[in-house]
Design a binder for this molecule. Structure first.
Ligand code: HEM
Length: 480
C-alpha cells in the first residue's frame, strides 16, 4: 500500500469519520443489538475476533498496516478462524487447511463467490468468477477444454516466440520487470484466447483494455471525466471488439481453431455474444497480472539466491545440450518442459513465499456451522492462502526461500496458489508453461541485476516487489 493510496483512502473516509464521531453512541448500541439478535437466532456463537468500530470496523487498521501483518497478527491472537469487519462487510477469516477445504471444496455450494458490484460491472456480470451452479459448470468445462494439458501442449511454439521477442526487446535496458511481464502475459493470454491470426483486432483490444484497467481500482463514480467512467466506456468498446471478432470468425466457417474463443463459440453451448465477451475479458483479467506478478517474484528470488539460479541455469542448459546433440529443430517442445523439475520447484516455492493472491472472497448463502462456530448468512468468508502457506506447521522455516521443500509433496490443502475446489484456476497449466518457457531463455541467455535492495511489498492488488522490481538486463557474453 503506497502513501498515496493511504492518503486517498483517508480523504475519502474523512467525512464518514466525522459522521461516525457524532453518531457513535447510537451506532454502537444498534450494532450490538443486531449482533445479539443474530446470536439469538442461533445456539452457536461467532468465532473470536474484533469487529472494530461500528460501520468502519477494522478497515483503517487494515489499510494503515500491511495486509500481511493485519491477518497474521489476528491469527496469532485469535487462532485459525476469526471474525473482523473490513470495507463495510462483516467477515470470517479462515487460515487452517481444513477450514479452507470446507469453504472452497466440501461445502462450496454454501459459499458463493462475491465481488464488489462495480468490479462485476467492469469485468462483465456473466463472467465465470461470479457464477455458481449449471452456468458456472458449463463455462468451466469450456475453459478446461481450451487449457487442459493436451490443448496447452500445442501452444509451446507460440509461447516461445513471445518469450524470445520479449527478452530480446529488454536486452541492454533497465526495465520495470512487472510492467514488462504484464505485456508478455497479456500476449500469451491473447494467443491462447484468439490464436495467432487475430492481430488487427488484438491491437485495438489491448488499447481499450489498458484504459479499462486504469479505472479498475478507482472510486465507482460513473460521471464524465472520472477514471471509472472512462473504464466503463472502454468496457463497452471491448464488448464491441469481441463482437467484431466473433462476426469475422463466423464468416470463416471452415476455419478449425483450438483456442478458447472456438471453445466458447461451440454451437452446442449456445452462449450469447455478451456471455462470450464477459468471459474473454474475465480470462484476460485472471491471466495477466497474476502470472506477471509470479514471474516478477521469480526474477527477484533467483537473483537473491545465486545457488538456486545456478541450479536452474544448469537444468535449462542441459535441455539445450540435448538438442545440440540431436534434433534439427532447436525449439522447445512440450516434452522439454517436462524435463524441468527443479525449475518447477522454484515456481512452486515462489508461489508459496510470495502468495500473490493472499486470500479469496466468498459469501455464506445460509447460516453455516463450522466446528461449533457460526458463519452467519451474508457474511464474507476469506480463506487466507498466505497464512496457510506461511504457517510453520505446514512448511518448516516458512520465511525461507527453499525450492527443495517441494521434493516432497506438501500436506493436503496446505498449498493452494491456484485456489482449490469448484473455482480453482483453470489456467494453471498455461501459467506454468509460460513461466517455464520464459525462464528457459532468461536463465540460459541473459544476466540481470536488481537496481534496488528494497525488500518492500506493494499490493496492486496482487503482492509485488516495490516499484515493480527495476532490473538491468543484457545478453550473456558467454553461455555459462
Ligand atoms: C501464476 C498465475 C496464476 C495464478 C497464481 C492464479 C490463481 C488463481 C486462483 C487462486 C484462482 C481461484 C480464485 C478463487 O477461488 O476465488 C483462479 C481462478 C481463475 N483463474 Fe487463475 N491464476 C493464474 C493464472 C491464470 C491464467 C493464465 C488463466 C487463464 C488463461 C487463469 C484463469 C482463471 C479463471 C478463469 C479463474 C476463475 C475460475 C472459476 O471461477 O471457476 N488464471 N486463479
Amino acid at each position: 500500500m503506497t502513501m498515496d493510496t493511504i492518503s486517498i483512502l483517508f480523504l475519502l473516509f474523512l467525512p464518514f469519520l466525522c459522521f461516525l464521531f457524532i453518531l457513535l453512541p447510537f451506532l454502537s448500541s444498534s450494532s450490538s443489538r443486531s449482533r445479539s439478535n443474530q446470536a439469538g437466532k442461533s445456539t452457536i456463537g461467532l468465532p473470536p475476533g474484533s469487529m472494530g468500530y461500528p460501520y468502519v470496523g477494522e478497515t483503517f487498521q487494515l489499510y494503515s498496516d500491511n495486509p500481511i501483518n493485519f491477518f497474521a497478527d489476528r491469527q496469532n491472537k485469535y487462532g485459525p478462524i476469526f471474525k473482523t469487519h473490513i470495507l463495510g462487510c462483516p467477515c470470517i477469516m479462515v487460515s487452517s487447511p481444513e477450514a479452507a477445504k470446507f469453504v472452497l471444496v466440501t461445502k462450496a455450494a454454501l459459499f458463493k463467490p462475491t465481488f464488489p458490484a462495480s468490479k462485476e460491472r467492469m469485468l462483465g456480470p456473466q463472467a465465470i468468477f461470479f457464477q455458481q451452479g449449471d452456468y458456472h459448470a458449463r463455462l468451466r468445462r469450456l475453459l478446461l477444454r481450451a487449457f487442459m494439458p493436451e490443448a496447452t501442449r500445442g501452444k509451446v511454439a507460440g509461447v516461445e516466440h513471445l518469450a524470445v521477442s520479449a527478452l530480446s526487446s529488454w536486452d541492454g535496458h533497465t526495465i520495470d520487470t512487472y510492467q514488462q511481464m504484464k505485456i508478455y502475459a497479456f500476449n500469451v493470454a491473447l494467443l491462447s484466447i484468439f490464436g495467432k491470426d487475430e492481430m488487427l483486432h488484438v491491437e485495438e483490444l489491448k488499447k481499450c483494455y489498458y484504459t479499462l484497467e486504469k479505472g479498475y481500482n478507482s472510486m465507482p463514480i460513473n460521471l464524465p471525466g472520472t477514471l471509472f467512467h472512462k473504464s466503463m466506456r472502454a468496457r463497452r468498446q471491448l464488448g464491441q471488439i469481441v463482437a467484431d471478432i466473433l462476426s469475422s470468425r463466423r464468416r470463416q466457417r471452415n476455419a478449425v481453431a483450438s483456442d478458447l474463443l472456438a471453445s466458447f463459440m461451440d454451437p452446442k453451448e449456445a452462449l450469447t455474444d455478451a456471455q462470450i465477451a464477459d468471459n474473454i475479458i474475465g480470462v484476460i483479467f485472471a491471466a495477466r497480472d497474476t502470472t506477471a506478478s509470479v514471474l516478477t517474484w521469480i526474477v527477484k528470488y533467483l537473483k537473491e539466491n545465486p545457488s538456486v539460479l545456478r541450479a536452474v541455469t544448469e537444468e535449462q542448459m542441459e535441455i539445450i545440450k540435448l538438442k545440440e546433440e540431436g534434433a534439427e529443430d532447436k525449439s522447445l517442445t512440450w516434452a522439454d518442459t517436462k524435463r524441468m523439475p527443479f525449475t518447477c520447484r522454484v515456481i512452486q516455492e515462489t508461489m508459496r513465499v510470495a502468495s500473490i493472491l493472499s486470500f479469496t472472497f466468498r459469501e455464506a448463502v445460509e447460516d453455516v456451522d463450522y466446528q461449533g462456530y457460526l458463519i452467519p448468512k451474508g457474511w464474507k468468508v476469506l480463506p487466507l492462502f498466505r497464512n496457510i502457506h506461511h504457517c510453520a506447521h505446514n512448511f518448516s522455516d516458512p520465511e525461507k526461500f527453499d525450492p527443495s521443500r517441494f521434493e516432497v509433496a506438501p500436506k493436503p490443502n496446505t498449498f493452494m496458489p491456484f485456489g482449490s475446489g469448484t473455482h480453482a484456476c483453470p489456467g494453471n497449466e498455461l501459467a506454468k508453461l509460460e513461466m517455464l518457457v520464459l525462464l528457459h531463455h532468461l536463465t540460459t541467455k541473459y544476466r540481470w541485476s536488481l537496481l534496488a535492495s528494497d525488500t518492500g511489498i506493494e499490493f496492486g492488488p496482487f503482492a509485488l516487489p516495490s516499484n515493480g522490481l527495476p532490473i538491468k538486463i543484457s545478453l550473456k557474453t558467454t553461455m555459462n
